[in-house]
Write a protein that binds this ligand. Structure first.
Ligand code: ZN
Length: 344
């Protein structure tokens, strides 16, 4: 929409949709695809390492693995470019919309430029072409890893999962890419295949004994899909795909909202557990995940874990968390609507 578009000196006068298929990034994507194919060709067959549970998936033919990796690398980058290009074009490359895209789909450029704009007028990372490069790199890397580790089950929900990871869920895929990259050096990949997520037995984590899930990457998770903790982490993968920016931004928003009250309470009551309890464990997205985990544990052990164990006094009860969540999410939806209407 051209009418009413705010004047902006960085507007290049070039339609966003044309930029999607610019020569240099498209060539870069093809090169990345070839690189992915080579990586797939020299990769040790995952079927060689024994699966711990379940029926082993059919060993991939080398050609199949190479073809899948090449295709997902190129398509991943392309899907992400199309989404971001269309969004940029629809907003006429307006400054506010670019910042919103930076937050909603890649997080890092949003945070960096929000801080940068306090000190100066420049927003280096939420420039239109920079955002399109973010899309190219994150989309292609997400596709590359998914192809190499054959995470999608194409006979089931593989296609929408892949589309979600490379478009709507790009925010989680960005941080997932950072975790997966780090795990190349410090992680051990599981032999899971076709489960819709990428699991590392060993890998990056924030706390000992904790798994860490970003996008479709579940790090530091030794449990297989029959275990309660796996179900918890796997739900976060779904949350990112299904709710996209709504998930990642409201997750962080909840933490931001509770950090001061929980810090004050922790100091007053001389117990640091209120911070983790309110910011993290009472976060509605975590309440949902812990609910799934608790139910699975109860079914497995035939015990009632509703008391919340040692964390009981430091978390909102499930029922009150739901009550808190309603106005919180209504506010978030309102915020999204206002941003959408004013920026686009
Ligand atoms: Zn969790």
């Amino acid at each position: 929409m051209q009418e009413g578009r705010p004047e902006d000196e960085t507007w290049e006068g070039e339609r966003g949709v044309d930029r999607i298929f610019e020569l240099v990034p498209i060539v870069a994507l093809l090169v990345a695809g070839v690189g992915g194919g080579i990586a797939a060709a020299i990769r040790k067959s995952p079927a060689a390492s024994a699966s711990t549970t379940g029926a082993p998936t059919a060993a991939p033919t080398k050609t199949g693995l190479v073809a899948e990796t090449v295709a997902l690398t190129i398509l991943g980058g392309l899907f992400a470019r199309i989404l971001i290009g269309v969004l940029l074009d629809a907003a006429g490359d307006a400054k506010g919309a670019r910042l919103a895209i930076g937050w909603a789909f890649f997080l890092v450029p949003g945070i960096v430029d929000a801080i940068a704009s306090i000190f100066s007028d420049s927003r280096p990372l939420t420039d239109g072409s920079v955002l399109l490069w973010f899309a190219t790199v994150v989309g292609a890397f997400t596709g590359l890893m998914a192809g190499l580790h054959r995470i999608y089950d194409w006979s089931r929900l593989g296609a929408p999962q892949f589309l979600g990871d490379t478009t709507w869920g790009l925010g989680g895929s960005t941080t997932a890419a950072l975790v997966a990259f780090l795990n190349i050096f410090i992680g051990t990949c599981s032999s899971d295949e076709r489960k819709g997520a990428h699991r590392y037995d060993k890998g990056f984590r924030l706390k000992e004994d904790f798994a860490f899930t970003q996008g479709n990457v579940m790090s530091s998770l030794t449990d297989d899909e029959t275990q309660p903790l796996y179900k918890h982490e796997r739900l976060h993968v779904f949350q990112n795909r299904a709710f996209g920016p709504g998930f990642i931004l409201s997750y962080l928003g909840w933490m931001a909202l509770w950090i001061i009250p929980s810090l004050a309470t922790s100091l007053a009551r001389r117990d640091p557990r209120f911070i983790e309890g309110w910011c993290y464990r009472s976060n509605p997205w975590e309440v949902w995940a812990y609910f799934i985990q608790r139910r699975a544990a109860e079914q497995a052990e035939g015990r009632d874990f509703r008391s919340g164990g040692e964390w009981g006094p430091f978390v909102l009860r499930e029922a009150s968390a739901v009550i808190y969540a309603v106005p919180f999410f209504l506010l978030f939806v309102l915020l999204f609507l206002v941003a959408g209407v004013t920026l686009w």
